[in-house]
Design a protein around this ligand. Structure first.
Ligand code: SF4
Ligand code: SF4
Ligand code: SF4
Length: 384
């Protein structure tokens, strides 16, 4: 099994200021930085799969294992054990979002087989943390939890896969009804990504706002978020919405922008998912929490450090996504060049014209001083 890296999807390729190290943190022996980009050794072992699960933008992928396809095939099967001995190359290939989606979409509890891992290893700790986070988020709106198994899976025969012939048509129909009921017909059957459903405008049936669908159509949202998005739509809205500490949620965030913002336009132009956006005049900053993958790029590129994480993440955003306006700007036309700019008071001159004016003034002053000096020297010469 080979590991593929889509450099274009890595946030480090979008800006040299990106400080993302998520893949390197989970696979320090296999992935290092070279020319500011992650690079991996060719002989990467099972541990390398952790970078697939942890990358916020799905820049890493395995050659013959697709997490999206696994989501559908797992639900379609009768197996309720996820194990490197049976159906995944490594548990770490699944992200927190995948685990939440699988737990929600399954009618029976899911067990994750940890028996193959060394409890002292970094990989084991990473998998444990991923499961803990998924269960923590799940506990805020559902009574479903993922279970873990540290013993040999053979001691749990009821969890081991049955052959396809043993699975009745009713069971398969029941699995397929998971998304069938949610009007994403054929997605399980053909094991295709959500893109097709999005392309076919089927997400409108979930009352998802047209502007959000437009952003998803940009193909910037990772498949794992599309899976979570649609699974949550089916799960039903909880009675009470909790607010979770932002440090306990690794895959999504809420933000605010303070008065230091200069509307330099970088964050909303560079955001890989479209979570940050603006209008046609660049007169505001919009934020859709449900589209944010917490890649931190917007923070890393913001020179005045004006964008911040909200202390708590409101679970409501996962069920009733909103678009919030983080900042508004007074856009005016420059008296000098006629271009629009962010007006903060004073003369109606854009920063570029102001700089040009200052430069012109400086050159003019310089020329005047030079001329005066030359005349002074001429007089001195005439007198001598
Ligand atoms: S985790 Fe993903 S986005 Fe971050 S550096 Fe690694 S490949 Fe790039
Ligand atoms: S928040 Fe920062 S990066 Fe975004 S527009 Fe304002 S100054 Fe620029
Ligand atoms: S809003 Fe910021 S952290 Fe969220 S996806 Fe966009 S760039 Fe990444």
């Amino acid at each position: 099994m080979k590991l593929h890296f889509d450099v274009g999807a890595c946030v480090r390729a979008k800006s040299k200021f990106s400080e993302c190290t998520k893949c390197m943190d989970v696979c320090p022996d296999s992935i290092t930085l070279q020319d500011n980009l992650p690079t991996f050794k060719t002989a990467t072992g099972i541990e390398a799969a952790a970078c697939v699960g942890v990358c916020p933008t799905e820049a890493f992928a395995l050659s013959n294992f697709s997490t999206t396809e696994f989501f559908f095939s797992f639900l379609e099967s009768k197996v309720r054990l996820i194990s490197p001995k049976i159906n995944v190359p490594c548990l770490s290939v699944l992200s927190v979002e995948h685990l939440i989606s699988l737990a929600l979409a399954s009618n029976e509890p899911i067990t994750l087989d940890l028996s193959a891992y060394d409890e002292e290893s970094l990989l084991y700790k990473h998998i444990e943390e991923t499961i803990e986070e998924a269960n923590f988020v799940l506990s805020s709106f559902s009574d479903k939890q993922l279970e873990t198994n540290v013993e040999e899976s053979a001691r749990h025969p009821e969890l081991v896969s049955r052959s396809p012939e043993e699975v009745s048509d009713e069971e398969v129909t029941s699995r397929r009804s998971f998304l069938g009921n949610a009007s994403l017909k054929g997605v399980i059957k053909h094991k295709k990504a959500f893109d097709e459903a999005v392309e076919a405008d089927e997400l409108q049936q979930f009352d998802i706002d047209a502007s959000v669908i437009a952003k998803i159509k940009d193909k910037q949202l990772p498949n794992k978020r599309k899976i979570l998005f649609t699974t949550l739509k089916r799960a039903g809205v909880p009675e009470v919405f909790e607010v979770l500490p932002q440090e306990n949620v690794s895959f999504v965030s809420q933000k605010y922008v303070d008065e230091k913002c200069t509307n330099c336009q970088i964050c909303y132009r560079i955001c890989p998912t479209g979570a940050l956006s603006t209008d046609g005049k660049f007169s505001l900053i919009h934020f859709d929490a449900m589209l944010c993958v917490k890649c931190h790029l917007c923070h890393d590129v913001c020179e005045p450090d004006a964008i911040h994480l909200q202390k708590g993440f409101e679970i409501k955003e996962l069920f009733e996504p909103t678009q919030r306006t983080l900042a508004t700007f007074n856009i005016k036309r420059c008296n000098e060049c006629g271009n629009t700019f962010t007006y903060t008071g004073g003369e109606l001159t854009c920063p570029r014209c102001l700089v040009e004016e200052e430069e012109a003034m400086f050159l003019h002053q310089n020329a005047k001083q030079m001329k005066a000096k030359m005349e002074e020297e001429k007089i001195k010469q005439e007198e001598s």
